[in-house]
Design a binder for this molecule. Structure first.
Ligand code: AMP
Length: 384
């Protein structure tokens, strides 16, 4: 007689995958899950959301609504997440009923910039020099310690440059402190950047790992603008970035995808900027460029299935499409769609506010430079 414990620990197609968050990352996760025959149940406070529009099940409730979280957790076979600021209490509540991957520990480490930097220091990984700031007096002391120019960043809930203030002069301290509403912060030295790169690690239930990158990332107004795979950094830097990313993924015991964003300084140093234990905007190009996308890896990892090959099929670039593109009316989609090697992804959002991520374009070409040029040309064509 087969015994219950003889069953494989993995989840098979047909299982219901729960996701905290219902934005574009949840949507692309759901698309990958559907391709493998899984079902998806999303949980978020938002109605009419990118992932909610395509998931089999949707719960619209607050993350701190314990009863709603419990009901959701009982209805799914595993829970994952699409953004790292899901309140830890929601993950802990769900974890009493169902596996949560990645777990509350990884989230706790990265939700607070100070704890994240201390975690990096504990595992001997370099980041930009920093100091904790809890008051205006501490802020002035931190400026002395870290030096100028520097960036003041709120410890919690900062993303895409939100909750940040640049400091060039000690006279900037008071207005900057007001700008961040006098909440707990870290002051970070402003580093001279050669480029920004990211590495995505997929880590399976059995600790198996696969990586993508490094991917080169250009930002505009603090928001990711264009990503390119492979990044034009040297082999030694690439090896170092992958090694550091693997160490972080192991130390956080992540099951799923984790993105490590790096600063490569003009002096050739590699510093970790941020850790996101979830699929990441810089990995969107893996949908079209790699044998297995970051989203399919997330499905495989949280279900305890073997990870897929990550090899890029061709050099690729991704250009984000922000709401600004709609300013003069509907973009001319047919122009980008007519370009060979270009693919369009839209997230089903109705309201194209400036700065809002509405979709992206991926371009495949013979070299990373050509791919980047093609992605930009396709985006320009939308409004020309
Ligand atoms: P973050 O939200 O911390 O990822 O910051 C958004 C962007 O601001 C980064 O991707 C960088 O382009 C820039 N930035 C943030 N911190 C620094 C820093 N310490 N030195 C130089 N550039 C920075």
């Amino acid at each position: 007689m087969p015994h219950a414990t003889d069953r494989p620990a993995n989840l098979l197609p047909g299982a219901m995958l729960g996701v905290f968050g219902s934005g574009q990352l949840g949507r692309m996760f759901a698309l990958a899950a559907h391709e493998l025959g899984f079902r998806v149940h999303v949980f978020s406070p938002e109605a009419d959301s990118p992932a909610g529009l395509i998931a089999e099940q949707e719960t619209i409730a607050d993350y701190d609504d314990r009863r709603a979280v419990e009901e959701f957790a009982r209805a799914v076979d595993v829970v994952t997440l699409e953004f790292e600021n899901v309140p830890v209490v929601a993950l802990e509540t769900a974890a009493a009923f169902v596996p949560v991957r990645p777990g509350p520990y990884a989230l706790q480490m990265v939700q607070d910039r100070l704890r994240e930097k201390e975690f990096l220091r504990d595992i001997s990984v370099a980041c930009a020099p920093f100091a904790a700031v809890d008051s205006l007096a501490e802020f002035r002391a931190a400026i002395e310690q870290v030096g100028l120019p520097a960036v003041l960043k709120t410890r919690r809930m900062g993303y895409d440059g939100k909750g940040q203030a640049a400091i060039h002069d000690s006279d900037d301290a008071e207005p900057a402190w007001r700008q961040v509403d006098a909440v707990p912060c870290v002051l970070e030295q402003f580093v001279d950047l050669r480029r920004e790169v990211s590495v995505l690690i997929a880590r399976g239930l059995d600790g198996a790992r696969a990586y993508y990158g490094p991917i080169a990332n250009e930002h505009s107004n603090h928001i990711l603008d264009v990503s390119v795979l492979p990044a034009p950094c040297g082999e030694a830097t690439a090896r170092q970035a992958v090694d550091v990313a693997n160490r972080i993924a192991d130390a956080l015991e992540v099951v799923g995808i984790v993105c490590i964003e790096f600063f490569e300084t003009t002096g050739g140093e590699l510093l970790v900027n941020e850790i996101a234990p979830r699929p990441h905007n810089s990995g969107h190009l893996t949908i079209d460029a790699c044998i297995t996308s970051q989203f399919e890896q997330q499905v495989r990892a949280i279900c305890g299935l073997p990870l897929g090959a990550t090899d890029p099929l061709r050099p690729a670039a991704m250009a984000n499409l922000l709401g600004d593109l709609w300013q003069a009316g509907e973009p001319a989609w047919h122009r980008a769609l007519a370009m060979s090697g270009v693919r369009l992804h839209l997230y089903g959002k109705r309201d194209p506010r400036p700065g809002r991520k509405m979709g992206h374009l991926t371009a495949l070409a013979d070299s990373p430079t050509e791919a980047a040029a093609l992605a930009r040309a396709a985006r320009n064509a939308l409004t020309s």
